[in-house]
Write a protein that binds this ligand. Structure first.
Ligand SMILES: [Fe+2]
Ligand SMILES: [Fe+2]
Length: 353
């Protein structure tokens, strides 16, 4: 039961639960929830830590300079193959952020009964909306035809089926009236949380690679900068869902059956393969320093990282073939020196009118 609809329909009684009992009954799902969001004291302090980090990561699309990108694009500083690759990466990333904005708000958040976890997911939903907006700002700044980006899935079979797989993977809890509280539904919800981890933690990664590799060759620097901001947000989204999954496992260990573990492992194996095939449809035989071999190894490295983060066995023991990404994304998946200045500007907490 995610929301105590009947709580305020009964008559007042001062013999209701104590504060201590309320906090002790708090769970990520299936906990006591009066709907009033008492977020102190905390049962899940990791959620507030992530929420606070999210607040410090404020950015808006308007601060990204796209002038050089515009000049490079219109003056053909990119090859036709690089342009096609760029548009494909942008098309899928923008489609996926759009889907996430809806699935997080309509399918995941309504089932959460921990106020502090709700706060973090609410911020995450805002950030997905920010990402959706940032792609539209990029499309406008670079004078792209929106139809060629947002509508690519209508003309491109690979993208159509990739989007279809994303939607299919979340459809198990998209039935009308779905509610946690039974063993079967709780297992479905936990699986949906791992699906979200796959969407945010694997399916963006060939797009990130493409934008970063262009940036490494001094091509489309504003776009690369915007993707770094998005990547920094996504890294916290991944951390949030790793904590959600692992906490549900602790609170309801009966859900983490061998069958579910095998299913999730297979889902991650299939997703790495799908992301690899999508990446090949963007880079062909190779471009921008990306080859079929090194992109496969990188995506397997990412897959191993996600498996290990939720207590599942690594499948490939792959190494990261792009050590420079470590430098670029150290810690919070960010270029630390570059972002420090900007983040500090937002940490002053002052308002300017
Ligand atoms: Fe996003
Ligand atoms: Fe995200």
């Amino acid at each position: 039961m995610s929301f105590s609809k009947n709580l305020f329909q009964s008559e007042f009684s001062d013999s209701q639960m104590t504060n201590e009992e309320i906090i002790n009954k708090r769970r990520v799902i299936n906990g006591f929830d009066d709907g009033l969001m008492q977020a102190s004291p905390l049962k899940h302090p990791w959620a507030r830590d992530i929420f606070k980090k999210m607040q410090r990561n404020n950015w808006v699309a308007e601060e990204i300079p796209f002038q050089i990108d515009y000049e490079q694009w219109t003056n053909n500083k990119l090859t036709e193959a690089e342009k096609k690759c760029f548009i494909r990466a942008l098309a899928f990333a923008s489609n996926l952020d759009g889907l996430l904005t809806k699935t997080l708000s309509e399918l995941i958040k309504p089932q959460i009964t921990s106020p502090e976890v709700c706060l973090a997911i609410s911020r995450q939903i805002y950030e997905e909306a920010l990402h959706v907006d940032s792609y539209s700002c990029m499309i406008e700044a670079l004078s792209f035809n929106p139809e060629e980006v947002y509508g690519l899935y209508r003309k491109d079979k690979n993208l159509f089926y990739k989007n279809r797989t994303v939607l299919k993977s979340v459809s198990k809890i998209a039935t009308p009236g779905f509610q946690t509280g039974t063993l079967e539904n709780d297992i479905l919800f936990l699986e949906a949380c791992t699906t979200n981890l796959i969407l945010e933690g694997i399916f963006f990664y060939s797009a990130f690679l493409i934008f970063y590799n262009l940036g490494r060759q001094n091509k489309m620097p504003g776009s690369k900068e915007m993707i770094q901001f998005i990547n920094r947000d996504e890294d916290l989204h991944v951390a949030l869902f790793v904590n959600i999954i692992n906490t549900i496992r602790q609170e309801q260990p009966e859900l983490w059956t061998p069958a579910l573990q095998a299913l999730i492992t297979q889902n991650i194996i299939d997703s790495v393969q799908m992301e690899y095939e999508w990446c090949l449809s963007c880079i062909g035989d190779g471009m921008l320093g990306l080859t079929p071999e090194n992109t496969k190894e990188y995506l397997q490295f990412i897959g191993d990282t996600r498996l290990a983060s939720i207590g599942l066995k690594k499948q490939w023991n792959a190494k990261n073939p792009f050590p420079w990404i470590d430098e670029l994304t150290q810690g919070n998946m960010i270029e630390v020196n570059f972002f420090e200045g900007r983040v500090k500007e937002y940490q002053t907490g002052t308002l300017q009118w």
